[in-house]
Design a protein around this ligand. Structure first.
Ligand code: NAD
Length: 476
């Protein structure tokens, strides 16, 4: 399946990211040499290693690309897919550099990939492959809490991150910050509450911010607000599931969900958790109660809706289907889901595209919080929660006594609650997504020549990275 997607790529993914960069660089005033340094991919490690599996010895191909070390450590997910190749990891590493800059996360960009279909291997085999990949990264200094910090991506999750952390710690005994060598870990292994849902939650906050702006929605013929918006989501994995769930909770109707085996449609809105349970139980998204089956799955992308969320893989909206897309807003939850050719067609039709390098940055934002937690060796909220609750309780008691009136039990609960780790993580994520959106939009609106939101987002990223290089100086 993933190979099929990759075959459809119109040309180099890294080339696409470079073309977006170059389009935006025209609206900045930095020297050409500095821009060249920012856009190139600094280091790529391609490795081949043998693993002894059930079927015999297999040679695995894998990569780690570090796009920019202007801030250290560098950071980016690890993808398990047969479509992984050098061009893809370079493109995804570059997007990480720009993404971190846009949301003020002080990391350079990186990405890794292992060229396997994880569904074809047992858990034991996946553990073997993951541990061996990690030891190859250690061997070449491509991992470490101050060097390069991976995270989950397509085909990987908390389980793989725990194996990576354990392998790194075994090779670095006594390194007090070893656990900060990777993020997206299970809570019991130094992970942070809120990380699993973070990318989807960030997508929701980002789209919500965009649709709350009345002037922008008026141009699309839409009312402001998430409420009652018709939403279609492609991909019911980590990002797609949480995105769909938050849209449903926010009052939108998730009218279609697409997976690789097909899509389902219900004009009244699907219950996302029920769909998830149904797929887990039956092995397919199809035949969900009261919903219409849509096959092939790609057809769902072309159905009428207000907001389309591609949350599977790159290249899903391309020159082949762009003309038939009816959505008014596309929120790029996946990396690179819209090709430049498709973007030209869509922008001409007036479609509002919220770009990946901003919209899916919630994951790396909360990964940054996890890394901070690992370095400080204490859970956020542990020191202050009870103290805040005591102060709040004293305040509420005093007010009630002085006024002779009681607060409602709901209000009391909100005021008395001291912030725990997840409250702080979600609050930091919301703040980050809101600030970044307004910074991008302001850049776009303040220069009439900047044609679209993606270009504005790249302008914001380029300016921040260039300023960092200028302050840093160039090593002789
Ligand atoms: P995942 O593996 O958890 O989920 C991807 C889902 O997409 C799977 O359920 C898969 O079956 C489905 N899928 C694959 N091909 C499809 C197709 N043609 N049509 C419909 N569904 C299809 O991966 P993920 O972590 O959710 O990542 C999804 C995208 O989001 C990727 O582009 C990734 O780079 C990006 N992303 C992920 C994170 C993160 O924190 N996980 C952060 C930023 C960006």
């Amino acid at each position: 399946m993933t190979n099929k997607i990759s075959d459809k790529r119109e040309h180099s993914f890294f080339g696409d990211v470079v073309s977006y960069f170059e389009r935006a660089a025209r609206y900045t005033k930095h020297p050409a040499g500095l821009l060249d340094q920012i856009k190139c991919c600094n280091s790529v490690y391609r490795m081949k290693f043998p693993v002894r599996l059930k079927e015999g010895i297999k040679v695995i191909t894998a990569y780690r690309a570090e796009h920019s070390q202007h801030k250290m450590p560098v950071k980016g997910g690890i993808r398990y897919s047969t479509a992984v190749n050098q061009d893809e990891v370079m493109a995804l590493a570059a997007l990480m550099t720009y993404k971190c800059a846009v949301v003020d996360v002080p990391f350079g960009g990186a990405k890794g990939g292992v060229c396997i279909d994880p569904r074809k291997y047992s858990e034991v085999e996946l553990e073997q492959i993951t541990r061996r990949y990690t030891s190859e990264l250690i061997r070449k200094n491509f991992i470490g809490p101050g060097i390069d910090v991976p995270a989950p991506d397509y085909g990987t999750g908390a389980r793989e991150m725990a194996w990576i952390a354990d392998t790194y710690a075994a090779f670095n005994p006594g390194q007090i910050d070893a656990i900060g060598c990777v993020t997206g870990k299970p809570i019991s292994q130094g992970g942070i509450r809120g990380r699993t849902a973070a990318t989807g939650r960030g997508v929701f906050y980002g789209v919500r911010e965009a649709v709350n702006i009345k002037d922008d929605m008026k141009k699309l013929g839409l009312e402001p607000g998430i409420q009652n918006k018709k939403v279609i989501v492609q991909g019911l994995g980590n990002v797609g599931y949480y995105t769909a769930k938050f849209f449903q909770q926010g009052g939108a109707d998730v009218i279609a969900i697409a997976e690789y085996e097909g899509a389902i449609y219900d004009k009244n809105g699907l219950d996302v958790d029920e769909v998830f349970k149904h797929r887990k139980k039956s092995g397919s998204i199809l035949n969900f109660k009261n919903a219409k089956n849509i096959t092939p799955s790609e057809k769902a992308l072309e159905m009428a809706c207000d907001i389309l969320i591609p949350a599977a893989l790159e290249n899903q909206i391309n020159s082949g289907n762009a003309k038939r897309i009816k959505a008014k807003i596309i929120g790029e939850a996946a990396n690179g889901p819209v090709t430049p050719e498709a973007e030209r067609v869509l922008l001409k039709k007036g479609v509002f595209i919220i770009p990946d390098l901003y919209l899916n940055a919630g994951g790396v934002t909360v990964s940054y919080f996890e890394w901070l937690k690992n370095l400080s060796h204490v859970r956020f909220g542990r020191m202050g929660k009870r103290y805040d609750e005591l102060v709040n309780r004293t305040l509420v008691d005093s007010i009630e006594r002085a006024s002779g009136k009681s607060l409602s039990s709901k209000n009391k609960e909100i005021i008395l609650h001291g912030a725990g780790e997840e409250d702080l993580v979600n609050s930091g994520l919301e703040e980050t997504m809101i600030n970044a959106y307004n910074e991008i939009r302001e850049t776009w609106k303040s220069n009439k020549k900047i044609p679209d939101l993606r270009t504005a987002t790249f302008v914001v990223a380029i300016n921040k990275i260039a300023n960092s290089y200028i302050a840093l100086g160039i090593f002789p």
